[in-house]
Design a protein around this ligand. Structure first.
Ligand SMILES: [Zn+2]
Length: 553
């Protein structure tokens, strides 16, 4: 059934590949490929390296601007163009739009008094032709270095496809994928295997002992001829004594499904070691349409199974890795230790213990999991710390998490020395760092809706954001930038507004450099003295109002 559905999906999406020009007049060097494995998603497009920001970006075919999305995060300055062949191309992390697009989006930003806008121009209102400069490359949003994020989507379904199938200029790739290692898994209570990771060099001459229903996973990447960053493998096949037991192909993953990556990879291994092991078996609640073949691998006592992985990149280069599995019923296996209550992925579950309530709607786990709620009095945080299952268990959607508010905080909330928004659920991270989760107070408890498990506690934030000037001089020319440094100690910047002489102005929030920035000439102000007021609010409603005077030449 699963296979049949997958084939249907591909048929519906099968589109005629056509030639688009390169989006930039520089050789296509990739720093990331389509469907590359990322935290909580498959990469939706190609990352094309640029030597610096400001490389002209061209529309790859005739069409019209269908969406302009500006955000401090994600694609930063993003641009969407609909073409007449049923595809949409997306350009992300831009530094600037072409003037005719810029004027439209600035008008919208002023209308909403917001830097952050998501605007859908009317069909055909902003036409563009093949090769027309539509924007300039950048490093905006969640980008860690100058590059262009480029996507090709099916316009109707919005499903991103592999852009390599559309570009006329092929990206040279003569290198087969690289395999780092393989991991073995026991898949039910009666099977056993040494559930561990084998580096490639140790696997090829080794025999893995196993018994019963087992599975395997592979840690592999792919490189193109040019560009040293590891990219993603497209197709994975696993053979058992020459019979194809498993095959997956990453070619059209919708945004609705992209979070199922946490079931495609060994999520616990990612959390623990940052290794992305691609599992060659399917969790019961994995809805990805990538699986072509999936048969159970059963190892009986005394049998010898010659296994072979075949990994293929988009160009078709293949890497093969052979290993041997021997059926041993009563081997010297590491026992699997499970603690806590078994939670079914198929049903709604509510767990209550230690005044903690966890509400897990059906479908939020990929398979049945074991959960335990543990409370400890933390010396570091001076408050009870709750361990809810483990951060190594993936969660698909939002779960309800209710924690009791300690009495001292309840008292302060009752006498209004704390506002409800200032008290919230936080999670612990590396080196005892705390991350804001949020939640609402009902008089006794706080309930939040995280999409992860781990360590949580009730925390307080009463400290407003810090605002400073990042300008070294107060006398500025029209080509200078006005820069306001903003940072927050805990819950994070939620609202930012800058007024000059009482009028709201568009300032870009560049969170990586912790600043709001605008060129003087884009502010439309004349020579003379001006008063800037910044109003910055964190997620708990703590507000800073800051004033600064500067002069323009
Ligand atoms: Zn990207």
């Amino acid at each position: 059934m699963k296979l049949f559905m997958a084939l249907c999906c591909f048929a519906a999406l099968s589109v005629k590949a056509q030639d688009y020009i390169n989006p930039m007049d520089i050789p296509v060097v990739l720093s990331a490929s389509y469907a590359e494995l990322r935290a909580n998603h498959f990469h939706g497009g190609l990352d094309i390296s640029t030597p610096h920001i400001g490389v002209p970006v061209k529309s790859v075919a005739d069409g019209y601007v269908s969406r302009i999305k500006v955000s401090p995060y994600g694609y930063g300055y993003g641009l969407y163009i609909n073409h007449y062949d049923g595809h949409t191309t997306v350009y992300g992390h831009l530094s600037e739009y072409a003037p005719k697009i810029d004027s439209v989006i600035r008008k919208e930003q002023f209308r909403l008094k917001s830097f952050d806008v998501d605007y859908f121009p009317e069909e055909g209102a902003i036409p563009v032709s093949k090769g027309e400069v539509i924007a300039y490359s950048g490093n905006s949003g969640g980008s860690l270095g100058p590059h262009l994020h480029f996507e090709v989507r099916d316009t109707k379904t919005e499903v991103p496809l592999n852009p390599l199938g559309f570009l006329a200029n092929k990206v040279a790739d003569h290198k087969a994928p690289t395999v780092y290692g393989i991991k073995a898994y026991s898949l039910d209570d009666t099977s056993s295997v040494d559930e561990k990771y084998y580096e490639l060099k140790s696997i090829e001459n080794k025999t893995i002992n196993a018994y019963g229903h087992v599975g395997f996973g592979v840690n592999a990447v792919d490189f193109f001829d040019v560009g040293g960053r590891p990219c993603g493998v497209v197709e994975i096949s696993l053979y058992d004594n020459e019979i194809l037991m498993y095959q997956s192909r990453l070619e059209s993953i919708s945004f609705d499904d992209t979070r199922y990556i946490n079931s495609f990879v060994d999520y616990a291994e990612v959390q623990r070691t940052n290794r992305y092991i691609q599992k060659s078996f399917i969790d019961p609640n994995n809805k990805l349409n990538i699986y072509k073949v999936s048969k159970p691998i059963i190892i009986k006592d005394g049998e010898l199974h010659r296994m072979r992985y075949e990994l293929k990149d988009f160009t078709g280069n293949v890497r093969k890795v052979n290993f041997t599995v021997k059926g041993v019923k009563d081997g010297d296996y590491e026992p699997v230790i499970r603690r806590g209550t078994r939670v079914s992925w198929e049903h709604d579950n509510v767990l209550c213990s230690l005044k903690v309530v966890i509400d897990i709607p059906a479908g939020n786990f990929y398979k049945d999991e074991y959960l335990e709620i543990v409370r400890e009095d933390s010396n570091v945080f001076k408050r009870p710390l709750y361990t809810i299952g483990s951060k190594e268990i993936p969660v698909h959607g939002n779960i309800g998490l209710t924690l009791p508010v300690p009495d001292d905080l309840k008292q302060k909330l009752a006498d209004s020395s704390l506002k409800p928004r200032q008290v919230f659920i936080a999670r612990t991270g590396k080196k005892n760092s705390l991350g804001y989760v949020g939640g609402t107070f009902d008089g006794e408890n706080i309930t939040a809706k995280p999409r992860y498990l781990g360590n949580f506690l009730i925390a307080v934030d009463t400290i407003p954001p810090r605002v400073v000037t990042k300008n070294t001089a107060t006398l500025l020319s029209q080509s200078n930038n006005v820069m306001v440094g903003i940072s927050d100690n805990f819950s994070g910047i939620e609202k930012y507004n800058v007024y000059i002489d009482g009028e709201w102005k568009i300032f870009e929030y560049d969170y990586k450099n912790a600043r709001l920035i605008s060129q003087v000439k884009k502010l439309g102000i004349k020579s003379g003295t001006h008063t800037l007021v910044a109003k910055i609010e964190d997620a708990c409603g703590n507000l800073t109002e800051w004033e600064w005077k500067f002069r323009v030449k």
